[in-house]
Design a protein around this ligand. Structure first.
Ligand code: ADP
Ligand code: MG
Length: 337
């Protein structure tokens, strides 16, 4: 008797969900990334009880064709890459085709979408499609997620306090909006507005909204380009530091990533101007040819591998060093657009 059996798709989706969907903030991240990939200019997020009870993401992006709606919930089904070559030049935030099936395998999901004419509504719970019907909707997609982790009690127990879970959601929205000043974001929790950005492509304004106007006043603009990388953003004067490195945000091709070597490069740019244990606040945007960036390292795609990383790190250090030279130390006037 053979002992090896193939798992059902629902079970394998739930296993994948264990990696991709760690907490409510992961759902928010995945849904917003889908909305960005769909070309949205407005993304509104609503959560109740720190996301454990309810998460809604509304976008005005491309929408999903009726014929594709069920397929979008199948594992490894994606519109973003088609072949091996595409895998090495990823320009979208998603590409693994895992988020929707993962979320739907451990929650109750309602998706309503339209590409501009007609539309579709799909209900799915614990990986089982309950209903998929034509429905009128405005162009874009709305995803509602409730009862998260209803069938994975161990994961539910692992949740931290509502305040902590909510702060992780706010962090996700803030970080993504720093990487996409051209999109207007809003986040509401239990009917209270926590985040709102204008979408007017003004990074200073986004930084000011997230931290404070006084913070922006103590930041200088950085900008540098070579044959492979384009760096832009803002970094704080040495007098404004924090005790944690979490205020150093790194965006690579619009993706919020964590990278210790880049953080080190930022610190090196300050030479001896920082006290031990103190870190600047910075938003570092890096644009590069997707061929130089491997994002297929971890399911959450926050860890990346960069070709020519040393070259990039030197460029960042130098850009920061130059921006902090005394002759350049006139913080950027706030642009009022
Ligand atoms: P991935 O983003 O890796 O492709 P997902 O499971 O997140 O995988 O989504 C599956 C597919 O569903 C996407 O490739 C996309 O075609 C479609 N999709 C998901 N969310 C949206 C959205 N908000 N707007 C338009 N299409 C979407
Ligand atoms: Mg996705």
């Amino acid at each position: 008797m053979s002992k090896i059996r193939e798992l059902s798709s629902i079970l394998s989706d739930q296993i994948a969900a264990g990696e991709v969907i760690e907490r409510p903030a992961s759902v928010v991240k995945e849904l917003i990334e889908n909305s960005i990939d769909a070309g949205s200019t407005e993304i509104d997020i609503e959560v109740k009880d720190a996301g454990l009870q309810y998460i809604k993401v509304v976008d005005n992006g491309s929408g999903i064709e009726s014929d594709d709606v069920k397929l979008a919930f199948k594992r490894h089904a994606t519109s973003k890459i088609h072949n091996r070559k595409d895998l090495f030049k990823i320009s979208s935030l998603g590409f693994r085709g895992e988020a929707l099936p993962s979320i739907a395998s451990i929650a109750n999901v309602k998706l309503k979408t339209s590409t501009g004419s007609g539309g579709t509504e799909l209900n799915i719970r614990g990986g089982e499609i309950l209903r998929c019907i034509p429905a009128e909707a405005r162009k874009g997609t709305t995803v509602e997620v409730s009862d998260l982790f209803f069938n994975t009690p161990a994961r539910l127990k692992y949740m931290k306090s509502p305040a902590t879970e909510l702060s992780k959601i706010t962090d996700v929205v803030n970080q993504i909006s720093l990487g996409h000043a051209e999109i207007s974001f809003s986040l509401r929790h239990n009917n209270r507005e926590l985040v709102r950005t204008s979408g007017r492509n003004n990074l200073q304004q986004v930084i000011g909204g997230i931290y404070s106007l006084n913070t922006v006043k103590k930041m200088v603009k950085i900008s540098s380009t070579d044959d492979d990388f384009k760096i832009s953003g803002y970094t704080s004067l040495p007098e404004m530091t924090r005790a944690s490195r979490k205020y150093i945000s790194i965006m690579m091709n619009g993706r919020y990533v964590k990278d210790n070597n880049i953080v080190k490069a930022v610190l090196e740019g300050y030479r001896s101007k920082l006290m031990i244990g103190r870190y600047p606040m910075a938003v570092i945007k890096i644009d590069l040819d997707p061929l130089l960036l491997d994002v297929n390292v971890h399911p959450t795609k926050q860890t990346v591998r960069i070709s020519k990383e040393e070259q990039l790190c030197s460029l960042i250090s130098l850009a920061i060093f130059k921006a902090l030279e005394p002759k350049n130390l006139i913080p950027d006037a706030m642009d009022k657009t």
